[in-house]
Design a protein around this ligand. Sequence first.
Ligand code: C2O
Length: 595
Amino acid sequence: MASSVNSSPTPGILPNSSIQTHFLPKTSQLSIFKKKKPFTFASKKVVSCKASNGSQNNERSSPNRFDRRDVLLGLGSVYGATNLVSDPFALAAPVSSPDLDLCEKSTVTSTSAGTIKVPCCPPKSAKILDFKPPKFSKLRYRPAAQMVDPEYLAKFTKAMELMKALPMDDPRSFMQQANVHCAYCNGAYDNGDPSHELQIHFSWLFFPFHRLYLYFYERILGNLIGDPNFAMPFWNWDAPPGMPIPEIYVDPNSPLYDEKRNVDHQPPKLADLDYSLEENLSKRDQIKSNLSVMYRQVVTNKTATLFLGKPYRAGEKSSPGAGSLEQSPHTDIHKWVGDPRETYKEDMGNFYSAGRDPLFYAHHCNVDRMWNIWRSLPGKKRRDFTDPDWLDSSFLFYDENANLVRAKVRDALDTKTLGYDYQKVNIPWLKNKPTPRRPGKVSAKGQAKAAEANNTTVIRNVFPIVLDKLVRVEVPRPKKSRTKLEKEDEEEVLVLQNIQLDRDVGVKFNVYINDEDDETPTGPEDSEFAGSFSNIPHNQNKGGVKLDTSLTLPISDLLEDLDVEGDDNILVTLVPKEGKGLVSIGNIKIDFIRE
Ligand code: C2O
């Protein structure tokens, strides 16, 4: 399977699109806009990125910059599309389940408070069972958390109480279960190869791993209360009545409560699905913004790579690129719930501790529900991967009888095979298509002109760029005015490559296309908003190795809405919202993807 292809791929040959010259635009110009002119340079001065950001050179030469395939194929830096292009010569390599004997403590760091080592390894087991789908007589339905009745609540509360009362070394206990997430996310597993720590975020493993994790969690809860039909609730954050933290989680006397949450984000405050530290919207605007985020992340992201995330195989660099929903709202909600007073933003605000908040599981049930909804929407591209490397990737979990079980991605594809589905509730965002901020065509050229007139400092064509302020980049389009058929076949995407940052920092930036250069911020409800990148602090054990990932955003619909499909260039605006100056971007280009 090729997740990215050239317009005319030659069979058996490396996709040429990866060596296209359009990486480095002819007119390549990178404008950094200063709205209030704080620069001491004369306006419109031309400087180079090197001069303004010397530290980037180190990142450029970091050994982590090229992945395995670069080295194998000897293509060096020319072969820049490594994060998106599947290598036809790669050996079949599903990510295999971890060797628990080699599990190590997880590392958690913060620049201000230093490093702690957290034991997250599960108990060992002499035998591993292979997963078998459960036998059941009727489907169990996971209810929306804001709608459950007192009888359900009593049951759920009891189950959580019993789980919390299990001895610490029982693999089904509350802390051991929370540690499952910590181990898979904070560098506990490398199967003996420290340069390849397992990471189940930022790739196509995200949805299936979390689905299986919840499945076992739910079975344990059901077993504890003697009800195999017990189903966990989901946090219905995609619909207005479900947007606040569900009430059942905020009673301090309940086992569903967690004190390590942001005190300013208690009900009736609505979750911010495009959360960045700065914004505070009215209730009405928040709902509008949230519904637009949902539309874009689920409806506009039509292909498996866009929605589920990029391929990640055994022996490859982890974290190739998260799918749309993982980025937002998944990560944003983690950060919105996490407690800013805590050193490492515990609990939800750091992967190592996220599973210690009972709300985590309700959050992830809704994430899981979105996978079902995405698959049910019309469109022939909205299908799961069929690549055996994905299907055969496997994980280990303890089941309700404390047996260690190996489950594969292929076991996770259908919730009905797993015995559950979701309560049908209203999906209010299916029609919330963003609209252009200003009717009429706004071309990249016009934008660039306006920018220059506006005392702009122009930086010429040097990647990587450090995102310490608003940055505008003109990006050429390899193909214009595609036919309807071509558009159906291939999605035009904007790819931000080699996004590098320390894993332990919170980062968020938004990406806009042909946006106005004025003071009113564009939001998710505007067509110009193409998407965002968000990192939640999480570490790997290998100190100092940066997260090196990518972001791919679909732009076919957006270009159509802005009426600029015939244009040669688009103007991309990157706006840092959190962690200014802590993230760099290696390259920005346009590509076309089929899957
Ligand atoms: Cu594994 Cu929401 O994170």
